[in-house]
Write a protein that binds this ligand. Structure first.
Ligand SMILES: Cc1ncc(COP(=O)(O)O)c(C=O)c1O
Length: 462
């Protein structure tokens, strides 16, 4: 097929629907044990799964997993997969990394949670300072919890209520962020999320990413407690910052005295110190969850010395003899001995510069392979890569903001592409057209995925 002789053309959606239904049938015939387990689980779990996201895959019912080691996943029906989803970033550096498993097992055997620090906290605290260039740190059990806590602290130090977020972002289970711009450009509750007791009008300011004028307009109203954002948007497709955006955002947040929170839960794919350090972004608060503890629930958040001074002015440290207090943030198992051992091992053995070099080199190959397949099939799509994270989107150029990216998403088309791959042993994250290259991903794995992807496009544009 010569790409020169054809113009770019989006796939026919009727064809996509019939391909999707054929792939669903194929899935059912090769996953009978998963089906049986799911039917039983429907009787006891909400939506039949212990976490509702597990029902968001393009499969008619979830794949039940037996083992996941490195990038090799084996299901209960005996199907094998090369895992490029890696727990939707939770296992970004590969499943069951030997050194981390050893550190976790060793700590478990000696006590996992005592509401007291262990010696590992010294090493971890220093390493966080070194990597992420912020002075003071805390631990949470998830990125959602870390973001909720940092918002709470920002409200306390600024005495303001609103959180500014960007249209199309996802920053965890954080009430204030469940906003999107509707067709008329007004802020509305995100699709299918019940508004709860809070009104977005009281809690949230919503702007498009890369829109410095819009940001200034909102910040100048004087009621914003913080700006919370990823440095590059990753949850609506990838939306990169335009030239000068982060410099402008930093300038504006300083001008209006609004703390800037950068969430690197996904963009840590950029390098061992994340996207911010590599690109000279200097946040007031920094959040990182999911991957930093080898698959056990941990997030960290850091802050500048100036922010800690302001926190301390509002909330002095506890002294023996003070009336009992709960401070309003922090969960019991956070900062535990187990978490510290897992973070220490992950940072020292897995999230290393040499591993990043390998992962990024693999991801470059994957990016080139996906790009080649898209061009060969004359599809009006493009690919973006942040370090070891590679994602394609159904539009010819990179989106400037979440609104543009959202228009390019296509649930049925994504479901077909993902299910086609899954049926041929390639596991992709259900929420993104994204693949992660981890230290265990082999060049052969990358070639297998790009070949299967190219075959799926053959089906589409036939
Ligand atoms: C950028 C970002 N922040 C926070 C979160 C929330 O992470 P968790 O679900 O582990 O709390 C996510 C989840 O996808 C995310 O993508």
């Amino acid at each position: 097929m010569s790409s020169k002789s054809r113009t770019l053309k989006a796939p026919d959606m009727d064809r996509v629907s019939s391909l999707l239904s054929a792939e669903s049938k194929r899935f059912v015939s090769s996953h009978p044990v998963s089906k049986k387990l799911h039917q039983q689980n429907l009787k006891q779990w909400m939506y039949g799964v212990p976490l509702h996201w597990m029902s968001h895959w393009p499969t008619p019912y979830p794949v039940y997993v037996r083992t996941a080691i490195g990038t090799s996943l084996l299901d209960v029906d005996g199907n094998k997969y090369i895992d490029f989803a890696l727990g939707d970033t939770g296992a970004m550096f590969g499943h069951a990394q030997v050194s981390v498993v050893r550190a976790i097992s060793d700590r478990l055997a000696r006590g996992s949670t005592m509401m007291l620090p262990t010696e590992d906290s010294l090493w971890v605290g220093k390493e966080l300072q070194r990597r992420f260039k912020l002075r003071f740190w805390q631990v949470a059990t998830s990125a959602s919890e870390a973001n909720r806590t940092v918002i709470r602290l920002c409200r306390m130090i600024t005495r303001r209520k609103k959180v500014l977020v960007f249209n199309g972002s996802y920053l965890g289970s954080v009430e204030e962020t469940f906003a999107e711009l509707d067709r008329s450009g007004k802020m509305a509750q995100k699709n299918r999320i019940y508004p709860n007791a809070m009104s977005l009008k009281d809690t949230t300011r919503l702007v498009e990413f890369n829109d410095l004028k819009g940001i200034e307009n909102e910040l100048s109203k004087g009621d914003t407690a913080c700006v919370l954002t990823e440095p590059i948007m990753t949850n609506i497709g990838m939306v990169p910052p335009m030239k000068g955006f982060h410099e402008g955002l930093r300038l504006l947040t300083r001008r209006y005295d609004v703390p800037l929170i950068i969430d690197e839960t996904h963009s840590i794919s950029a390098g061992s110190s994340g996207f911010s350090v590599a690109n000279g972004i200097k946040p007031d608060f920094f959040v990182l969850g999911k991957s930093i503890a080898g698959g056990i629930p941990v997030a960290i958040f850091g802050m500048s010395e100036a922010m800690f001074k302001r926190i301390r002015a509002s909330l002095p440290e506890f002294s023996p003899g003070d009336p009992p207090s709960t401070f309003g943030f922090g969960s019991t198992l956070s900062g535990s001995a187990l978490q510290m051992a897992a973070i220490r091992s992950t940072l020292s053995n897995v999230m290393t510069d040499s591993n990043y070099r390998r992962m990024i080199s693999g991801a470059r190959k994957l990016e080139a392979g996906i790009n080649k397949a898209i061009r060969r099939h004359c599809l009006p799509w493009h690919v973006t890569r942040i370090g070891m994270r590679v994602e394609y989107l159904f539009m010819p150029r990179k989106p400037r903001n979440g609104g543009e990216a959202k228009k390019a998403r296509n649930g049925r088309l994504e479901a077909f592409l993902h299910l086609y791959c899954l049926n041929r042993g390639i596991l992709l994250s259900p929420f993104h057209n994204m693949a992660i290259v981890c230290p265990d991903t082999k060049l052969d794995d990358i070639e297998t995925y790009t070949n299967v992807f190219s075959d799926s496009l053959d089906e589409l544009v036939r």
